[in-house]
Structure formats: C-alpha cells, structure tokens
Design a protein around this ligand. Structure first.
Ligand SMILES: NC(=O)c1ccc[n+]([C@@H]2O[C@H](COP(=O)([O-])OP(=O)(O)OC[C@H]3O[C@@H](n4cnc5c(N)ncnc54)[C@H](OP(=O)(O)O)[C@@H]3O)[C@@H](O)[C@H]2O)c1
Length: 256
C-alpha cells in the first residue's frame, strides 16, 4: 500500500459518520492524531460529545454533530455546521452502516433471500446506500472548496458480486441479502461518482476495512480496528497520484 500514513493533516477538516464507536471512532481518533480537525457525527450527539472530550483532553481538534445519516434534516444541519465553522470539507468518511439481516454478527442471515423482510431491506438501504449518496451530494460543494477532497465509502468484501458468486471465496458462506446488496450498490455509486469527478482533484474509493472486532464484526474477527482504520485513512489521504473509483482491501484491489 502506498504509505500516506505519516504526513501531517494539519489544516484538513474531516467528517466521520458513525464516529462514536467501532471503526468510525478509531478512524476519527487516528485522523485527529494526525492533525486533522475531525467532525464526529453520531445519531446521539452526547456520544459524539464524549468522544470529542477525550480528543480535546489529548490536545486534539474535534467537534460533535448529531448526524443520523438517514435524516435529511440532520444532513442539512451537518452541511450548515461545517460550512459555518470551516467553509470546506477535505475528507468525508461514509462509515455509518447497519447489519440488520443477522444482528450481533451472526452469519449467515437466519432468513433466506426468498424470505427476507421488506423492513430489513428498506432500513438497510436507507442507512448503507441512500444515506451516503445523499450526504455526498449535499457536501460536495464543501468538498470542492477543499484543495484535494477525499471521500472513502466504507464498503465490505460482501458487496463484491465476484466473491458472492464464487463458492471458493472465504466470504461465500456469509450471506445476508440486505447487507450484501446494499454494499454492492454502494460500490456501484463509487464507480459512477468517481467517473463524474475524474477531471477534478477529488478522489473517491470504496474500501473493505477487513473483518474487524467491533459490535458488527463480533469478537471472533481476525483484525482490530486500529489496523482497519489505518487502511481507511490511507485512502482518505491519497496524494494526487493515488487511485479513484476503486475498491480496495489494504493494498489489494478487490474485484467488483
Ligand atoms: N466490522 C466488520 O467486520 C466490517 C467488515 C466489513 C465492513 N465493515 C463496515 O465498516 C463500517 C463500520 O462498521 P463497524 O464494524 O464499526 O460497525 P458497528 O460497530 O456496528 O458500528 C456501526 C456504526 O454506524 C453507526 N450508525 C448506524 N446507523 C446509523 C445512522 N442511521 N446514522 C448514523 N450512524 C449510524 C453506529 O452509530 P450508533 O452508535 O448510533 O449505533 C456506529 O457508529 C460499516 O460501514 C461496516 O459495514 C465492517
């Protein structure tokens, strides 16, 4: 992987959705430790404020916003708050997501695709697909005002149609219709918007962070959030030679 992990992020403003726990918390902490001003978005503002207090205690720069990514009102308020305080956004991490087919990390999903619940499909697509699109669309003017905007869509290898359809893939047995298709759709959004923005300095990539020990990934996972976040941050801090419109796990390009 190209090593962008040491350059200072002083002067950069980053928004991390779902930034108060799990992978999002670690991404936010590492960005702040590198010198970025990090806006922590969380459904419950108090949770984001607690993270901000901890970062301030370390002498790092951060602020909290209430951001349920599925709420149009919250998204508008996030735009207004970042515009007022900073006038630009250098880094957007679309991290927030739900896994409702198989809560508590239990996989495969208990219901087969033929019996998947409409509510699970709709709620999953609201959070994992529509929300990152609408948030990206809304914040794009602020990202265009940054010198070299970077957007990372935190996806999953389970959104790879190649892996989903390959019985030899290690993720083949882990099947959940709503989650897997929401990440496949997010990947398609990544391809299409990256193409639209190709002539601009903005880069947008989808990443699989790894199987992580979080509430979603469960205790059996083989990677910690520290490693998962480092990979994400690398794609959030690509220099101008870095890729756009790709799907990656660490240094590896994943098949769609
Ligand atoms: N863990 C893994 O093994 C793994 C593997 C591949 C990809 N991923 C991806 O990595 C990302 C982070 O996952 P994680 O493991 O950290 O999951 P997690 O522990 O379940 O945390 C999910 C985060 O998303 C937030 N969230 C959910 N719905 C939201 C909404 N409507 N508005 C705002 N925030 C919302 C949660 O906030 P609350 O505190 O408000 O609930 C929480 O911060 C996700 O995109 C996930 O799909 C994870």
């Amino acid at each position: 992987m190209t090593d962008n992990t040491t350059a200072s992020l002083n002067g950069k403003v980053a928004l991390v959705t779902g930034g108060a726990r799990g992978l999002g918390l670690e991404i936010a902490s590492q960005l702040a430790a590198r010198g970025a001003y990090v806006v922590i978005g969380a459904r419950e503002k108090a949770k984001a404020e607690a993270v901000v207090s901890n970062l301030h205690a370390l002498g790092l720069e951060a602020s909290a916003i209430k951001l349920d990514v599925t709420s149009d009102e919250d998204r508008q308020q996030a735009y207004a708050a970042i515009d007022k305080a900073h006038g630009k956004l250098d880094i957007l991490i679309n991290n927030a997501a739900v896994l409702l087919d198989s809560p508590n990390g239990g996989t495969p999903a208990p219901r087969q695709p033929s019996r998947a619940l409409p509510s699970v499909l709709r709620e999953t697509f609201e959070a994992n697909f529509f929300a990152p699109i609408f948030l990206t669309q809304l914040l794009l003017p602020l990202i265009e005002r940054a010198e070299a905007g970077r957007i990372v869509n935190v996806s999953s290898i389970r959104g790879s149609l190649t892996h989903l359809s390959d019985p030899t893939s290690p993720v083949y047995p882990i099947r959940a219709l709503a989650y897997d298709t929401s990440k496949a759709a997010l990947n398609a959004f990544t391809i299409l918007i990256a193409e639209e923005l190709r002539s601009t300095p903005i880069k947008i990539n989808a990443i699989h962070p790894g199987w992580l020990r979080t509430d979603m990934g469960g205790a059996e996972a083989n990677m910690g959030v520290e490693e998962g976040a480092r990979a994400t941050i690398n794609y959030a801090t690509l220099d101008e030679t870095g890729p756009t419109g790709g799907f990656f796990f660490l240094d590896e390009r994943l098949p769609w």
